[in-house]
Ligand binder design. Structure first.
Ligand SMILES: [Zn+2]
Length: 139
């Protein structure tokens, strides 16, 4: 996976600027920052570590996170261990979630039925959004 962005200013405008340690180096045309492909890779990794741990804390299972992010559940388990993440509650409910684009998200919020008695949080997920809904007070 490749994201073509300057890691410093997020500009997509950059030029090749030599090879350093066998890696293509780029120079951002907007801010002048030098970066290599491997640095971008690290940024992307960090992004997915954060997302995976966030979803874990929201109560999703390793398998669900694997389906959403396309990261193996073993990798996610290792991150949970590595960062010593513990869920702060014994969940006797399980959140439901939807993956929506910006337009669908708008439509979802237009319907008060979707929000009453539950509440939702929305988190960015690549070019879409994930909406997590709890129904924790419903027996
Ligand atoms: Zn830049």
């Amino acid at each position: 996976m490749k994201i073509k962005l300057c890691p410093n200013c997020k500009s997509t405008s950059y030029i090749k600027s030599g090879i350093v340690n066998n890696r293509q180096r780029y120079k951002c045309k907007s801010c002048g920052y030098f970066f290599s492909v491997s640095k971008l890779g690290k940024k992307i990794d960090d992004y997915y570590v954060n997302k995976a741990l966030q979803l874990y804390l929201e109560g999703l299972t390793f398998r669900e996170i694997e389906r959403i992010l396309g990261i193996s559940h073993v990798t996610i388990m290792n991150w949970v261990k590595k960062y010593n993440i513990k869920r702060p509650y014994n969940s006797d409910y399980h959140p439901t979630y939807k993956i929506l684009n910006a337009k669908e998200l708008g439509e979802y919020f237009q319907k008060s039925d979707n929000l009453t008695g539950a509440g939702v949080i929305v988190t960015e997920l690549g070019d879409k959004f994930m909406l997590i809904k709890w129904e924790r007070f419903r027996d």
